[in-house]
Design a protein around this ligand. Structure first.
Ligand SMILES: [Zn+2]
Length: 626
């Protein structure tokens, strides 16, 4: 990117010399779960989205942008890498961390001399997922207060805290150009916007969350110079809001959860309405092109800059989508779709074809009337998927004898094997079962969160009788047993969860807590370390390990674990409390003072019990050992 600079020389001669233009800053904003047709600029009359609408009116608005998976982590992977989830073996939230060999947008910007930062609002995008690759600063400081009783996907920090963190990061940037990714999570369930926004959209809690994020985006952009910054705003996926019987997202691959807003504004963009179908995999190549970086290889998407400049695409680019959730959680069939131009084909035991030009809500399956189109798209889908090559399934670790025994005692042996690919009922025949499952699961979590562990356990056991493969149900049944003091069944449920999802660290951390409660400290520490091997930067895991060392009286090790935990999650007061206490024991009064001060700054009230650990009163220190 070069421009001509006029230099006035003595004698009045003016020379024009090429000069490198300053590279633009880059701001990528992803608004989780934002369905395109709930934004004013996309035609929604009930919207309170003035900031998005203004950006859409002044920049390039892509009327027809589509995501590749209806789940936060795989969908964000496409945005940040330009690759389809299937191409790099990414399937579900909490599974398959991003392979280190995959090059992220942040890695490319860092290599080009940019300062790179990210602020994410959900545990799902915590560093364990691997999307921190290439970021100088990756702020995933999500409070984990109720982690044992709240679904992982529901652990979040609100938009206000996200904007504050992003503004703090921007305030620290000096000369180098920067690239910042900001992730807002609020439109995701649970819908609980501040009262001011609930009043804007009475009885429409989802719209209220969208209004809240819109206002927070406005507060962020007030501090960003768009003349020097390329801005991309999009969503990872939409929200079904009851369409096709689906309450939220993650199950089906209809446009309710795949049609997302996409706006490119600021430096390098221009006012344009683009009606062609574009894709999440096009976002990374577009951002790279806006900053003058060469196109990456391999890539599944392509730069949208020509479309922004008004050039037409030679041919419609196909877009792939998939939902493996019904298969991996319930053993039903995988769903995959391909969209080219106006037609979308969904491969399922009963395949579907929709003409989105006349039927954007995908109500009428026209596969009987258009077998030729369906056949062509089916072939195109098979060709694309074949091009990804076989995605190697990591071999599952075999359980040891003690684990097998615990699983046998719970009646699980043999039933936890993964469902073979290409098998299972059509998920659309099971949407009612899925909805019932979700309702029961949420009821169980709510019972667990309100101290009714035995009732929660009964509901979760019922769920597992119908669907033994749900690793989440095993995990929370483990937590229910732990809360009831039933250590052995709790450990068995954690083993079952790990068996089903070997990449998940949480069952190990929860098992560590149970073993610590039994005063089996070496086993407990080993189990925590097993979790930390999977998720080395888990502030939750490090905090848990610190607590176990505290209970074992190993103060030096406790201080080391808490020190890493507070570095990773500075807003987590309990880690400060643990470190303050360990420092006192080690006669390191300066460190203790620093972290007592942090506790006061965070307005921390030391509770009687934390994180399911039995509390102990330490008369010498006058504080609770947790
Ligand atoms: Zn999401």
């Amino acid at each position: 990117m070069r421009r001509l600079i006029a230099i006035a020389l003595a004698g009045g001669v003016v020379w024009f010399v090429p000069q490198s233009a300053p590279r633009p800053n880059v701001l990528l904003v992803t608004i989780d779960t934002l369905r395109a047709d709930r934004v004013g600029a996309w035609g929604y009359a009930g919207a309170h989205t003035p900031v998005l609408d203004r950006l859409a009116a002044g920049g390039a608005r892509f009327a027809d942008a589509t995501a590749h998976a209806p789940l936060t982590y795989p969908a964000h992977t496409s945005i940040l890498t330009g690759r389809y989830p299937a191409a790099i073996g990414v399937r579900l939230n909490g599974m398959d961390p991003l392979p280190p060999a995959v090059v992220t947008l942040a890695e490319r910007f860092k290599a080009a001399g940019y300062r790179t930062g990210a602020v994410v609002a959900s545990v799902i995008l915590g560093r364990a997922a691997g999307l921190d690759q290439g970021f100088d600063d990756y702020d995933d400081d999500v409070p984990v207060d109720a982690r044992a009783t709240v679904a992982l996907a529901d652990l979040q920090r609100p938009a206000t805290a996200v904007t504050d963190a992003a503004l703090r990061w921007l305030g620290r940037q000096e000369s180098a150009p920067w690239m910042l990714w900001v992730h807002y999570y609020d439109p995701h369930l649970p819908y609980a916007a501040p009262a001011k926004y609930r009043a804007l959209a009475p009885n429409r809690p989802y719209d209220a969350e969208v209004a809240y994020v819109d206002a927070e985006l406005g507060r962020l952009l007030a501090k960003v110079d768009l003349a020097r910054t390329s801005l991309v705003v999009t969503a990872d996926h939409g929200e079904a809001l009851g369409d096709h019987g689906e309450p939220d997202h993650g199950f089906f691959i209809y446009d309710a959860t795949l049609h997302v807003p996409l706006i490119v504004a600021g430096a390098g963009s221009q006012r344009r309405l683009v009606r062609d179908q574009v894709r999440s995999v096009d976002i990374a190549p577009t951002i790279a092109a806006l900053a003058g970086l060469p196109a990456a290889q391999p890539a599944d998407g392509e730069s949208l800059v020509p479309l922004i400049e008004g050039k037409a695409r030679a041919e419609a680019a196909p877009s792939l989508a998939e939902s493996l959730y019904p298969h991996l959680h319930f053993g039903w069939a995988e769903l995959r779709s391909v969209r080219v131009g106006e037609f979308k084909y969904i491969a399922a035991p009963e395949p579907e074809l929709y003409d989105l030009r006349t039927d954007p809500s995908e109500k009428t399956n026209v596969i009987g009337a258009r077998p030729g189109v369906a056949g062509r798209l089916s072939d195109a889908l098979a060709t694309i998927v074949k091009g990804f090559g076989p995605q190697s399934e990591a071999p599952r670790p075999q359980p040891d004898a003690a684990t097998v025994q615990r699983l046998q005692a719970l009646g699980y042996v043999g039933s936890l094997a993964p469902a073979p690919a290409g098998s299972g009922d059509d998920p659309k025949r099971h949407i009612a079962d899925y909805v019932a499952y979700r309702e029961r699961f949420n009821r169980a979590l709510s019972l667990l969160g309100t101290g009714n562990a035995a009732e929660a356990a009964a509901v979760l056991k019922q769920l597992l009788r119908a669907n033994v493969r749900s690793f989440e149900a095993h995990l929370y049944l483990g937590n229910a047993y732990a809360a009831m003091g039933n250590a052995e069944p709790a450990l068995g449920e954690y083993d079952a969860a790990s068996q089903l999802n070997p990449e998940l660290a949480t069952p190990h951390f929860e098992a560590c807590k149970v073993l610590s409660g039994l005063a089996r400290f070496p086993d407990s520490i080993a189990r925590c370390r097993k979790g930390l091997a999977l998720e080395p930067d888990s502030s939750y895991g490090l905090y848990t390990l610190g607590v176990v060392y505290t209970r074992a009286g190993q103060w030096k090790e406790a201080a080391a674990a808490f020190t890493r935990a507070v570095t990773l999650a500075p807003s987590e007061p309990r880690a400060h409390a643990g470190l303050a206490q360990a420092s006192l024991r080690l006669d390191d009064l300066a460190t203790a003072a620093t972290h007592f001060a942090a506790m006061i700054d965070l307005k921390y009230q030391v509770p009687v019990a934390q994180f399911n650990f039995p509390a102990q009163w330490d008369p010498k220190l006058g504080i609770h050992v947790t």
